[in-house]
Every structure is written in C-alpha cells, then in structure tokens.
Ligand binder design. Structure first.
Ligand code: GAR
Length: 217
C-alpha cells in the first residue's frame, strides 16, 4: 500500500512538482493525496491541479496569531484525506510544538543549505557572506525549532566566486528536486529509522564521491 502524503506549500511549488512527478512511478512507495496551501495565490496550486492532484487552501492569515486554530483546520483536512506523511515544500508558516509533536517522524521539510549551517531566511545569502565553498540542501524531520531536526538526506553543490544569492539558489534548487523525492522514497518505503536525534538509512550509504571546491587544475 502506498503511503498517503500531503504536500504543504506557500508559493511557486517547484519541490512540490518534483515530488508529484516522482510519485507517478509505479514503484514509488507514496502517493500525493493532497496539496495544501496556506495562501490562495500560491503558484503551485495550478501546477498541482494540472497534474490531477487534489488541492486545498487553508488560509492562515485570517487566523492571525492563533496558530492552534489554523492547525485544527489543517488537521481536519489532513484527516479527511487520510494523510499519513507530510512534506513541507516552501511552506512559510511556523507550527506549534503540539502539532509538530503529533507529526514527529512523519513530517519532512527541505531547506536550501547544509544544515545545521544557515537556518532561517536567505540561507543562500548567508552562505555567500560566510564564504563557504560548498553548500547544498537538506531534507530533515521537522521539530519545533525552525530548520532543524534529524537529517534524512543532503546534497551538495560548489559555490562559485561570482555567485549571487540567485545563481546559488538556482544551483541548489536542482539538488533539492533530486533529494526530496529520494528522501520521501526512503521514508515511505520504511528504509529509515530514528536513533535518538540521528536518522539512519537501512541498506544505503553515501555515493562515495568527494565534492571538492574550488577545483585545482
Ligand atoms: C525552496 O528552496 C525550499 O528549500 C525553501 O523554499 C523554497 C521553496 O521553493 N524552504 C525554506 O527555505 C525553508 N526554510 P519551491 O516553492 O519552488 O519548492
């Protein structure tokens, strides 16, 4: 049985689109049951509809600071669609600790840095300011702390001297689109386990390739 997944978005939804595409494969262990946006103007909603995935809007703004009330409405929708796993994909709304605890081990997020470096806003600009030579993206389980939690998968890219936040973001985004579907495949396929705060992968290891940056000729 495929695990039923909700993708939560707030914007353009390119990671959502990558997850929807991957889930079309017959052997993918998850199906996208619903895409939920907390903003009615999220560009990703149209992409999901065109792909034949059910969409829903739970506007967060009317709830103001009442996060629990927003989450009650969201949870009702997730129950209605019999959702088992959640993928946050550019979902720009913080959850209460209670909601996060309820979904612990079943809710993933993607962030465009090699966590724990550069959590929060504008991580690509943070990476450039720090002068790191390698950055990337991280898929992790969600915990109450923002952009933190057991790391499921990471992908790295070289940072170029002439990068702007935009060019680095674009390079990282191509990696995001590879690792998010792969991480969901691992979770939905029962191939990962949590050992305390550490996520371990059953029967798999890193690629073995080293990424060295800058390259010396
Ligand atoms: C992605 O780069 C994602 O990693 C980031 O927002 C973007 C959403 O793009 N998420 C965060 O920064 C979370 N802290 P998308 O809507 O095209 O997937």
């Amino acid at each position: 049985m495929k695990r039923r997944v909700a993708i939560l978005i707030s914007g353009r939804g390119s990671n959502m689109a990558a997850l929807i595409e991957a889930a079309k494969a017959a052997d993918f262990p998850a199906e996208i049951a619903v895409v939920v946006s907390n903003r009615s103007d999220a560009g990703g909603l149209a992409i999901a509809s065109q792909s034949g995935v059910p969409t829903a809007i739970v506007e967060s703004r009317p709830f103001g600071k009442d996060r629990a009330a927003f989450e009650a409405a969201l949870q009702a929708l997730l129950d209605q669609h019999k959702v088992e796993l959640i993928c946050l994909a550019g979902f720009m709304r913080l959850f209460t600790a209670e909601f996060v605890q309820h979904w612990y081990g079943r809710m993933l997020n993607i962030h465009p840095s090699l966590l724990p470096a550069f959590p929060g806003l504008e991580p690509q600009a943070q990476a450039l300011r720090a002068g790191v030579k390698i950055s990337g993206a991280t898929v992790h389980f969600v915990i109450p702390q923002t952009d933190a939690g057991p790391i499921v998968m990471q992908g790295a890219v070289a940072v170029q001297d002439d990068d702007t936040p935009e060019t680095l973001a674009a390079r990282i985004l191509t990696v995001e689109h590879r690792i998010y579907p792969d991480a969901l495949r691992l979770l939905a396929g029962g191939q990962i386990r949590l050992d305390g705060d550490i996520c371990k992968t059953i029967g798999s290891a890193g690629s073995g390739d080293a990424l060295i940056s800058p390259a010396v000729n």
